[in-house]
Design a protein around this ligand. Sequence first.
Ligand SMILES: Cc1cc2nc3c(=O)[nH]c(=O)nc-3n(C[C@H](O)[C@H](O)[C@H](O)COP(=O)(O)OP(=O)(O)OC[C@H]3O[C@@H](n4cnc5c(N)ncnc54)[C@H](O)[C@@H]3O)c2cc1C
Length: 393
Amino acid sequence: MSSTARTRVIVVGGGAWGLPAALQLQDRGCAVTLLERFEPSGPYASNGGSSRLWRLADTQVWRSRAMLGTLEAMERLGDRLGSPVFRRTGLVWRDDLSLPATAEALDSIGQRYDRVAAESVGDVFPGLRPDGRDALFVEQGGVVLADRLLRGALEAFIARGGDYRPHTRVVRIAPGAESARVELADGSSLVGDQVLLAAGPGTAELLPGLDLALPLKPYIEQVVYLGDPAAAPPAPDLPGLVDCPIGDAPGIYAMSNGELGYKVGLDHPLRPLAGGTLGEDLDRTPDPERTEAIRARVARDLTAIAPRVLGAQVCTWTDSGDGDFTIGRVHPAVVLACGDSGEGFKYAAFMGEYLADLVAGGSGDPEFQEHWDPRRFGARTAPREHFDSIGRH
Ligand SMILES: Cc1cc2nc3c(=O)[nH]c(=O)nc-3n(C[C@H](O)[C@H](O)[C@H](O)COP(=O)(O)OP(=O)(O)OC[C@H]3O[C@@H](n4cnc5c(N)ncnc54)[C@H](O)[C@@H]3O)c2cc1C
């Protein structure tokens, strides 16, 4: 595909992956139509809210290498949008089981970190209750400015001449040899030379048209914002935190979030989406019991933050079947990108470039594609019952 030929590309889903990819493709000279069932940053899919955690720390070297790529891509996207899309706050990774592998992975990508003894965790994360486990403090970690990234990418896409169609639900993608037809809920259809399917939790319902079955399983999960409402900001500007599970107790992930308070999530979904897809399961009401469980955890473990609940938010994430993304060309005219496994937002800027390359006929990074290729599942198409916890894949 030549970028000067005004190839018609249809991007299905204006979320964390589809929207930056739409911008990148438009920038490369394609004529891009972006179809979004709701609107970016809305509550129903996976991209709502103002922040997400980014990190380079992981237990696997190839993932740390991919995450290093996300940092470079976020820098480029910030330059393109004229405003940074992430903030460095540093990140504390506390665990017993995963600490050696995480340190090794950081070593292998040449990133520095400090080892923090169990009793000294409060030196790098004021108020963190020591629990006997050592930690790493990694300077290269912080917050993706999620809503700013999406808003900026959308504005740039429209300014560049992109065709943005919110409140447009795709119901079927019918691929042909040289193009694909995208059918909409209002009965109309569009034809693209290339289609990028990036519908997050809404992917599974579009797979039958592609004659595909994949073990996707979308869940909903909740985060809570905490702090002192009388203070400005309500919580101190603390580093990000990955506090891995201990036994059966789920881990937490947490990050600074400015005026909204410190944001904390329990690494455990509320429930799977009904029918295994976004469909009509749109109830995103926070669960008071989960709110209280997170508040109590903050009161116990994060003592520099006032344990007052300032807000709660529910959104979706999609287990891929093995915890790795599902990305690749599935028809001559269709590229698929889904199964974010709850950690996809930090990849938003990276996916913009990576998916645009795939749509243009590229084959992707061989090491990443070993883990991301949709064909890796073979005949294993039933979703798995369990999912990977933070630090445990
Ligand atoms: C509670 C929680 C905390 C998280 N924390 C982090 C974190 O700290 N760090 C991190 O990196 N990631 C985090 N994530 C995960 C991250 O938000 C997702 O990985 C990311 O948003 C996935 O991007 P996506 O483009 O695949 O899906 P989405 O962002 O959901 O985008 C898909 C889009 O497609 C649209 N769509 C769906 N169906 C259709 C259709 N039929 N027609 C048209 N459009 C359609 C949707 O409306 C949506 O806008 C978290 C997720 C949750 C739920």
